[in-house]
Design a protein around this ligand. Structure first.
Ligand SMILES: [Zn+2]
Length: 189
């Protein structure tokens, strides 16, 4: 049975995905811009970047890349206001992936699904880390979304994403230190 026989795929919500949708959405440039957008946003909010990585294009969309950020703090021991700051930063970092890459503007069902996934992830972080109620988290995630739409539209954001994504495509893996160098240079260029 060839790979084509599996198409169109049907997502749990009934969305159908064709082979052409998959080819269009799963390209290296989009993956690299997506990961770079997470990293640039981490840099903006001051969350340390540990590494930014781009996996092989054959991997599924979920494993397409990874941006690792960290704080090195024991979250449980923190007071609520600090947890909320951290949760908001993490939510902003999540939201930035599909918005900085352009996936959020695409009608490709895979890009639409990724955009929804990242919104759900942002809301989850506000609930789990920030201990917000579902209602509070929804309202807050929508507020942060408007901020992210604006930040990711800035030319200095897009230029930083372009440069970092080029580095990612070339080296597959960029250390936090290298990422900060690239972003900060491009941000003021
Ligand atoms: Zn992502």
């Amino acid at each position: 049975m060839g790979l084509e026989d599996d198409f169109p795929l049907t997502l749990p919500d009934g969305t159908r995905i064709t082979m052409a949708d998959l080819t269009e959405a799963n390209n290296e440039r989009i993956f690299a811009r997506h990961e770079a957008s997470h990293a640039v946003t981490a840099w903006i909010v001051g969350v340390p970047i540990i590494r930014v990585e781009l996996n092989d294009a054959q991997h599924s969309a979920k494993n397409a890349g990874e941006t690792e950020t960290g704080t090195g703090v024991a979250l449980q021991a923190k007071p609520l206001d600090e947890l909320r700051v951290y949760a908001r930063n993490q939510a902003l970092i999540s939201l930035a992936g599909p918005h900085g890459s352009g996936e959020s503007k695409s009608e490709n069902p895979l890009c639409v699904a990724r955009t929804k996934d990242h919104f759900a992830q942002a809301r989850e972080r506000l609930i789990v880390i920030g201990r917000m109620s579902e209602e509070e988290a929804e309202t807050e995630a929508l507020r942060l979304l408007e901020i992210i739409k604006w930040v990711t539209s800035l030319s200095r954001f897009q230029n930083s994403v372009t440069r970092l994504s080029e580095q990612l495509i070339e080296h597959r893996k960029v250390s936090g230190e290298q990422a900060v160098d690239v972003i900060s240079q491009e941000w003021v260029a």
